[in-house]
Design a protein around this ligand. Sequence first.
Ligand SMILES: Cc1ncc(COP(=O)(O)O)c(C=O)c1O
Ligand SMILES: N[C@@H](CCOP(=O)(O)O)C(=O)O
Length: 462
Amino acid sequence: MRYVSTRGQAPILSFGEAMLTGLARDGGLYVPETIPTLDKDAIAALAGLSYEDAAFRVMRPFVGDAFSDDEFRSAIAKAYAGFGHAARAPLVQLAPNHFLLELFHGPTLAFKDFAMQLIGQLFQIALQRDGRRVTIVGATSGDTGSAAIEAFRGLDNVDVFILFPHGRVSEVQRRQMTTPSEGNVHALALDGTFDDCQSRLKDMFNHFEFRDAVGLAGVNSINWARVLAQVVYYFTSAVSLGAPHRKVSFTVPTGNFGDIFAGYIAKRMGLPIEKLVIATNQNDILHRCLTTGRYEMGGVKPSISPSMDIEISSNFERALFEAYGRDGGAVAQLMDEMKAKGGFAVSQGAMEWLGETFASGRVSEDETRASIADERAASGELLCPHSAVGVKVAKDHLGAVPMVTLATAHPAKFPDAVEAATGIRPGLPPRMADLFDRAERVTRVPNDLAALEAIVHERRAR
Ligand SMILES: Cc1ncc(COP(=O)(O)O)c(C=O)c1O
Ligand SMILES: N[C@@H](CCOP(=O)(O)O)C(=O)O
């Protein structure tokens, strides 16, 4: 199994190399050269399996010889052992044709744990085998950072630096990142937006001298392994609703486009997905692009679903690569235009391609609050604001096939927004009950590449 860059100019890598490399050296993102498929019998055979067994069968074809079957099985088993629900990703019925996929039963209460717990295990195997150490730098709007810290805290061959936008994450998210006491964890509050954090991270990857000197690795969804691990729950949920004999649609609260791109991969693998619906908050660049054909930045506005306050939606590049017939040169040109002018026009052919697979909707702040309150009244389910964005858009797209909305975070990560909408303040699970009593450790940092690189150089262990 080989991986190629969306910009067509970087070395072709194996799964193991792509996982440890992160961003391709031409600035693009790695994708599989060919996408493996599962036939109807193989998909039907997933029914009744444990989440772990299904995960092995769905992901194995992408991994090649990077890990033995035993290593990969054991990594999967360890990754999900700490989840707080036996099903790992349980499906709850909201209405006759509408289901909620609860992805918040992992250690940090967001869907990021599905991939991060697994790549934590895979990194350990790969690094120990090669006798290597790496410096992970991650950008987060709140959830990726806490999941990464949880997965890598205390490991002696990894330093983990997390950049988050100062004042733009929830208090629970911030404390999840700033209270771990392990010396290899470094929480950095950046003066800027999530897009600034992600741009500086990509700048570090594109600065080869720095990248090679610190052994830079990435665990954002620029890392293919992150996307791959998220493909699994599309299969498990669709199969439990009757796939491959019945079609299913998904609505996905979307920011960096990693989660919904995993759904696209599931579709390409043979899962009968009718539509993948992109649900955005007021930062609606993806919805505007899908409806107007222009990807146009307009400035991020803070919202009550802060993890989706994103305008430079990193994985949309992977979708564009497919939409432009895997033409890396065309993608590179669009990304250059984006950098120079803050936007680009999508060609008619690419728009048609996108429209065949994706639909989209946008939810205002008031509608998000109403969605939390309405769903509580209708089904009793208490939604986090991101999941509420998804549920609202899903309701506008209900049709003949079952609709699954991804519930991407636990409501207790955003207690203020949930309480304002419902009067109910969701509580953290007992294992996190002392989160507000723990001491915080965080460094305020400027939105400046040289300053950030200096901090990483100075603090990482050698
Ligand atoms: C709670 C939550 N929901 C939705 C999203 C959007 O997911 P993606 O960036 O994969 O589109 C994020 C962050 O990315 C998130 O943290
Ligand atoms: N919402 C995310 C943003 C980063 O997403 P990633 O999937 O690319 O790591 C977050 O919570 O940090």
